[in-house]
Design a protein around this ligand. Structure first.
Ligand code: AMP
Length: 283
């Protein structure tokens, strides 16, 4: 495995690989890697000749009041996990390498960025779309692996690739969970043992909502309330910032459940805000 810190040396390695006819997989991350990230690297390594993992805590996607400076970091441990999972190149650029000048060119994805996380964090998805655009220009023609854990981000990136003709095939990967159902997240490190256990209610509530839908319930308000009621039984979990029942592609809120549906939520448990979601296909 080779570690790079500059865009130019990464281009050189990828150009050489492509000249030999090799396919490229790209796995963008912010580091402090866990088995969720490892699953993306393994998926890429299984489907491509060369896997490029990037580790970059992108300042552009954090608002001034958010946790940029305390975002957890452990680059040495991350490099071990990347190698064990099958990465060939790990790019760890500095902020100056990624943003040599104050940025004045940004990418925004309208509509899909407006609700849910976008409503809570108005500048977040422009920061994500901009850095992912840069990483796609670094990776060039490739398959790029994103976790469904950040479902709105995944849907936005998938749409951006279509709208802007990036030569990238976006691959969505299933959410990797702890034994109690909690979606793995770098921010779980901030949970006390009690909060960690309590946070299992988020996924239980989503699975129960899917059972309700599969049992015939089609009223999104009823399904949504069911999730809220279950979460309210757990005192260590705050009232969710949102529970949304949306169309899986457009992210438009639904009144009646039909087709490919996604139920998405965010709630604070102690210090961190945790995200989770689940899909259901209905006739
Ligand atoms: P992050 O480092 O949080 O920016 O995440 C990098 C990538 O890993 C994103 O595509 C995430 O959706 C994905 N990811 C994070 N946690 C998980 C998880 N528990 N299961 C699957 N993918 C994940």
């Amino acid at each position: 495995m080779q570690r790079t810190t500059t865009i130019a040396e990464t281009w050189d390695l990828l150009d050489a690989a492509r000249a030999e006819g090799k396919s490229i997989g790209l796995v963008p991350t912010m580091g402090f890697l866990h088995d969720g990230h490892a699953s993306l690297i393994r998926a890429s390594a299984a489907e491509n000749d060369i896997t490029l993992t990037t580790i970059f805590v992108n300042p552009l996607q954090f608002a001034a009041n958010e946790d940029l400076s305390d975002y957890p970091r452990d680059i040495e441990r991350d490099l071990v996990l990347c190698e064990a999972s099958g990465a060939d190149i790990v790019l760890t650029p500095s902020v100056e390498e990624m943003y040599p000048l104050p940025i004045v060119t940004t990418v925004t994805v309208d509509r899909l960025s407006e609700g849910m996380e976008g409503a809570q964090r108005p500048t977040h998805f422009a920061g994500v779309a901009t850095v992912v655009s840069k990483l796609f220009h670094i990776g060039g023609r490739c398959r790029a692996y994103f976790g469904e854990k950040d479902y709105q981000q995944f849907a936005i990136v998938r749409r951006m690739v279509i709208d802007l003709s990036f030569p990238v095939e976006v691959v969505g990967c299933p959410i990797v969970r702890e034994d109690n159902g909690l979606a793995m997240s770098s921010r779980n490190t901030y949970l006390s043992p009690e909060e960690f256990e309590a946070a299992g209610v988020l996924n239980r509530s989503l699975r129960s909502a899917v059972e309700l839908a599969e049992g015939g319930e089609r009223d999104a308000a009823v399904v949504r309330q069911h999730v809220l009621d279950m979460i309210a039984t757990e005192p260590l979990v705050s009232a969710p910032d949102y529970v949304a029942v949306v169309d899986a592609a457009s992210l438009e809120p639904l009144e009646r459940l039909a087709g490919e549906v996604r139920i998405i939520l965010a709630a604070r448990v102690g210090k961190p805000r945790l995200l989770d979601n689940i899909g259901v296909s209905l006739p």
